[in-house]
Design a protein around this ligand. Sequence first.
Ligand code: FNR
Length: 189
Amino acid sequence: DTYKVGYFIGSLAAGSINRKLAKALVRLAPKHLEMEEISFRDLPLYSYDYDADFPPPARAFKQALASVDAILFVTPEYNRSIPGGLKNAIDWASRPYGTNSFTRKPSAVIGTSPGAIGTAVAQQSLRSVLSFCNSPQMNAPEAYIQFKPGLITDEGEVTNDDTAEFLRNYMAEFHAFVVRVYTVLPRGG
Ligand code: FNR
């Protein structure tokens, strides 16, 4: 079986190192994972005033989430948490009440930073949010990628063999996790 994975890139920056990481993960993913980006760039700032009538970008966003079997978060750490844009997107996805897009949708978290702890604190913070949103999360392997200049090219080619192997294994484990989740849960729910 093939599974569709929607990936979020937490950064909106043109030169985002997390976008490079996401490109690498797409290249290294097992062929049974069909990868597509879910963009949150066009979402307004969320308020529950929108709940009665979501604007078109928010509807498209919710539809994109409904169409995937699993979600991969590739995110930077901003001020020891996740970027505001990503949190805004998650808040949209969780609403209106009773239509939380994350519930029972398996997810995994990964990120890169030039700093040595490689987004660990942001990932921990994101995991709390995803727990509340009832997303079954891959616990292990964890992946805290310290970005050194040239580690991943703009096209997503990983220039260090050990890192490439680590990321390939991470995606293989994510595939195995998604398969396990759907032996218990119905798909398309
Ligand atoms: C950062 N950066 C950063 N790095 C980190 O390891 N921990 C942190 O808490 C922060 N905080 C932070 C706040 C803000 C507002 C910015 C702009 C940056 C540095 C960050 O890791 C670096 O800019 C990366 O390039 C961000 O990833 P993207 O956006 O390039 O994918």
